[in-house]
Design a protein around this ligand. Structure first.
Ligand SMILES: Cc1cc2nc3c(=O)[nH]c(=O)nc-3n(C[C@H](O)[C@H](O)[C@H](O)COP(=O)(O)OP(=O)(O)OC[C@H]3O[C@@H](n4cnc5c(N)ncnc54)[C@H](O)[C@@H]3O)c2cc1C
Length: 420
């Protein structure tokens, strides 16, 4: 009699954008750590690779595999919480929204989040997802420990405290070290956010940039190149205060400032909101864009932005997607776009049309002159030569990856050329 298997016939999977899809040989929807381990062991016996997915919000082909696809939708509970240390351990299927709302019930918040909360926490961490703020690093830094199933089918408990370099390499490793079966996040005391949104001319935005960055926990902006830009990304056009003198080439700006829970709410003016961090952080988007996002060194942002704006205005005057600009604090995570340098992320998008590729490639070439680093959850045009130049620990990352997964069980066609 054959042994019971956790492998089911492969099911069609597609990402949020509908741009990446595949049918693996097998799909697994685990309900326990043991089932994940069994899935990896069975994959090894069959000689096929393994990839896990989160909520599928990454643009590039980080998930597709011809082998075993592990889908964590049925494995998304809180494992434990330590209120004293403000740490929470969760299963990998948990969405950022579920974590942040749970933390609120425990008197805590996430220190920072991106501008949606429908991704999984582990997916966000594995790709270096970030919010905005000169003092706020990307979300990978909130993970302080994790349990993974390695390529040998063993459980390996990793922590920032115990595993130093290995953990710094693992924190943003695009799922290449193993399948994460639980992760522990460091939270902070619960806070509300006082949010202010307004529109102004680009000259006003750039003129006050450093003052606004210094005066606020978070300051970020979208540059809207043409009039139609305001209709995209659900950005408010007419319902926030505006000093803009044009209906194009202006900026939509936002500040977020933290107010400890229990402190009085401010009297709100037009364009302002006040609520718990878990409510204010998330925005909503529709999958109508194809995006690259690159981080330039913080000190070179204004120069890079001026070139980006110029390229839009001269070569792509009808391109309408807003350009999102967010500062992120440096960290020591090997593959973080902010590894050992403060950075400024510029997101550039076009429609889901073939023609967008040429435009995005133009911006890629421009930003490469700034040694810009990619967001691993968004499209990019990286090569090993480039990665070697822009990531101080690229070689060290590859060495550790080979040690932990010598047979490349957790690689796929997108990652192998860059990290094998
Ligand atoms: C509308 C929208 C808004 C966004 N906003 C922001 C933003 O504000 N800031 C920002 O920085 N990014 C942003 N992103 C990018 C997004 O946060 C990342 O692409 C993130 O990785 C998506 O998480 P996910 O749960 O969908 O993971 P997926 O895309 O499904 O997977 C991401 C990676 O994690 C790995 N992974 C998932 N689960 C596991 C596991 N259990 N074990 C090992 N590896 C695993 C996958 O293999 C893959 O490599 C946005 C994306 C969209 C679509």
């Amino acid at each position: 009699m054959s042994e019971p298997t956790v492998l089911e016939p492969g099911r069609l999977w597609w990402n949020w954008f509908g741009e990446q899809y595949f049918v693996p040989r097998y799909t697994v929807r685990p309900r326990s750590e043991g089932e994940v381990r069994q899935a990896v062991l069975e994959a090894r016996r069959l000689g096929v690779p393994v990839r896990a997915s989160g909520a599928g919000h990454s643009n590039p082909a980080v998930v597709p595999t011809p082998g075993v696809h592990i889908d964590f939708d049925d494995f998304r509970q809180v494992v434990s919480v330590d209120k004293e240390k403000r740490q929470v351990t969760i299963q990998p299927g948990m969405r950022v929204r579920e974590v942040s709302r749970y933390l609120r019930t425990q008197g805590m918040s996430l220190n920072n989040q991106g501008d949606i909360d429908t991704q999984t926490a582990i997916g966000a961490i594995m790709t270096g997802t970030h919010g905005a703020g000169v003092s706020l690093p990307c979300m990978s830094n909130q993970m302080i420990a994790a349990r993974i199933v390695t390529a040998d089918g063993e459980f390996l408990d990793l922590s920032a405290e115990k595993d130093g370099e290995l953990f710094r390499a693992f924190r943003c490793s695009i799922g290449m070290f193993g399948v994460v079966v639980s992760l522990t996040l460091q939270a902070v005391p619960s806070y509300n956010i006082h949010k202010r949104s307004w529109n102004a001319d680009v000259e006003d935005c750039l003129g006050g940039l450093h003052r606004r960055l210094n005066d606020n926990r978070t300051f970020w902006f979208f540059w809207l190149p043409i009039r139609e830009s305001a209709d995209l990304y659900e950005l408010p056009g007419g319902n926030v205060p505006s000093t803009a003198t044009r209906d194009h080439d202006f900026c939509h700006m936002r500040t977020y400032n933290a107010v400890p829970v229990g402190e009085a709410a401010p009297v709100l003016k037009e364009g302002e909101q006040f609520d718990h961090s878990s409510v204010i952080f998330p925005n909503s988007y529709i999958p109508n864009f194809r995006e690259i996002e690159y981080a330039v060194p913080f000190a070179r942002f204004e120069e890079a932005f001026a070139e980006v704006r110029d390229l839009f205005q001269t070569k792509y005057p009808t391109a309408k997607y807003p350009v999102e600009c967010r500062p992120v604090k440096a960290d020591d995570t090997y593959l973080s776009a902010y590894a050992e340098r403060d950075g400024y992320a510029l997101s550039i998008s076009g429609p889901m049309e073939h023609a967008s590729w040429a435009m995005l490639q133009d911006f890629d070439e421009l930003l490469d002159r700034y040694d810009a680093r990619p967001h691993w959850g968004k499209h990019h045009f990286m090569t090993p030569v480039r990665l070697e130049r822009i990531y101080p620990r690229y070689d060290a990352f590859k060495r550790i990856r080979r040690e932990i997964d010598p047979d490349g069980v957790f690689l796929n066609d997108h990652l192998r050329p860059l990290f094998a």
